[in-house]
Write a protein that binds this ligand. Sequence first.
Ligand SMILES: [Zn+2]
Length: 144
Amino acid sequence: MCKISCIKKILFITHSIKDRINPLRIKNLNSKGFTLLEIMVVLAILGILVVIVVPSVIGTKEKAEQEVCRANRVQLERWYESYLVSEGIEHTDEMFVQYLQDYGKNICPAKGEIRYVNGKVECSIHSSDGDGSNENEEEVVPFL
Ligand SMILES: [Zn+2]
């Protein structure tokens, strides 16, 4: 009679000790998967990251295309001027178009129209943006 009651007391004490030592572990053993709140928090964090990262990646691509176009135009301008000097001929629009067809492929990654104006090679997409925005920024900045 004492044996059964003693065993019950011992079992009760060991269970209560386990519950006091690590009550969270016992609760986690009963739960499976994620709660709706946990999933919503993860989705909110991912949404915030996407909102931050996507515009910077798009801006970086546009800046890279603009820089490639500018570098290619400078190189084409030097080659064309050296071609004119070495051949001893004057610039004409037909001459530049012919030179562009022969040597000036893939100048602008955004497929802008390339033309030669006042000794400079310009792109229909990137030349006006790069030069015009810098001039406008200088005009907009107030005198301190
Ligand atoms: Zn361009």
